[in-house]
Design a protein around this ligand. Structure first.
Ligand SMILES: Cc1ncc(COP(=O)(O)O)c(C=O)c1O
Length: 303
């Protein structure tokens, strides 16, 4: 632990009064650079963040877990929000914006009939599961990827704490999740078509939905999505794509990497990545392996 790091100091204090230290798991310093992460900001504008220590950082992640694709404190967005606040952003009556926004969503996604808003991604996924179960009158969910913290999802770990390990949440505890949910949500492996077919065939008469993140850190390979779609269509099982945290498209990713690599010529740059191959051979001097956010060690990448 770096005791001089102001962000780290505050985080250690926060852990005493906030369960888990932060309000969002994805912002836990342990997931990035344990003991050395700036952790807190005092100002954020565009892609620049000023940390508690007044140091300037460039944010090349997905800007607050994908929340700010236009960059932080965007002038246009700020103006609209301030205007809305001045008009009173809440009242006993409904906001006209609710209707306007639903209409825009339907226009943007012509395959939508209706739109309903939720306050978080996990809540949206719980709504999707509820709708699928009520439509099919069945209960089992076959899923792949991360879909939030609600009982239907975490119950996958009842009986085997390792079930969610390859779905972004290693070692997740099921304390407080009703034991009768055991075996109602079954995980399958990303890009493993065989695993999907085996699990689908075993439970196809009981399935309320198949849910997956069609892409995240890795692109789907070969016939993975095609097979899933055709099995679901053939057996009339609803297929739900969770695109709450979508991957960047290849061109945008390449342009970000190019910018980052150019920065290594004048600044110290730390890449935190699930795919070290993307920066291999690009002026990167040291590689550290981080496992479950707790340990780091120097590794050599094969050429
Ligand atoms: C694919 C996916 N689904 C669901 C969620 C849950 O969203 P929230 O944290 O807003 O509940 C996340 C959050 O990162 C996500 O990445």
């Amino acid at each position: 632990m770096n005791k001089k790091n102001l962000g780290n100091k505050l985080y250690l204090k926060a852990k005493k009064i906030i369960p888990g230290g932060v309000q969002l798991l994805s912002k836990k310093p342990e997931l990035f650079l344990p003991g050395h992460w700036p952790s807190y900001y005092i100002k954020a504008k565009g892609s620049v963040i000023i940390g508690l220590d007044k140091k300037k950082y460039y944010d090349f992640t997905n800007c607050s877990v994908g929340m700010c694709p236009l960059g932080y404190s965007n002038d246009f967005v700020n103006k609209q929000i301030i205007k809305t606040i001045k008009l009173g952003n809440i009242s006993t009556l409904n906001s006209v914006k609710e209707y306007d926004c639903a209409k825009k969503m339907i226009k943007l996604h012509p395959w939508f009939d209706m739109a309903r808003f939720t306050k978080s991604g996990g809540e949206a996924m719980s709504v999707a599961v509820r709708i699928a179960r009520s439509y099919t009158k069945k209960e089992k969910i076959l899923f792949c990827g991360y879909h939030g913290w609600h009982d239907w999802y975490i119950s996958a770990n009842i009986g085997d704490k390792k079930n969610l390990n390859s779905h972004l949440l290693p070692g997740t505890s099921t304390l407080g999740v009703p034991s009768f949910l055991k075996n109602t949500s079954i995980p399958f492996e990303f890009n493993n078509t065989k695993d999907f077919i085996k699990k689908f065939n075993k439970d196809k008469k009981k399935l309320a939905a198949v849910i997956l993140e069609p892409t995240r850190a890795n692109l789907p390979k070969n016939d993975f999505l095609k097979t899933i779609t055709s099995f679901c269509k053939k057996n009339d099982v609803p297929l739900i794509y969770d695109e709450i945290t979508s991957s960047l498209d290849k061109e945008t990713e390449q342009s970000i990497i190019k910018t980052l690599v150019a920065l290594t010529k004048k600044l110290t740059v730390i890449f935190i990545t699930h795919r070290p191959d993307i920066v291999k051979g690009k002026n990167v001097k040291k590689f550290f392996l981080s496992k479950n956010g707790s340990s780091t060690r120097l590794i050599k990448l094969k050429k």
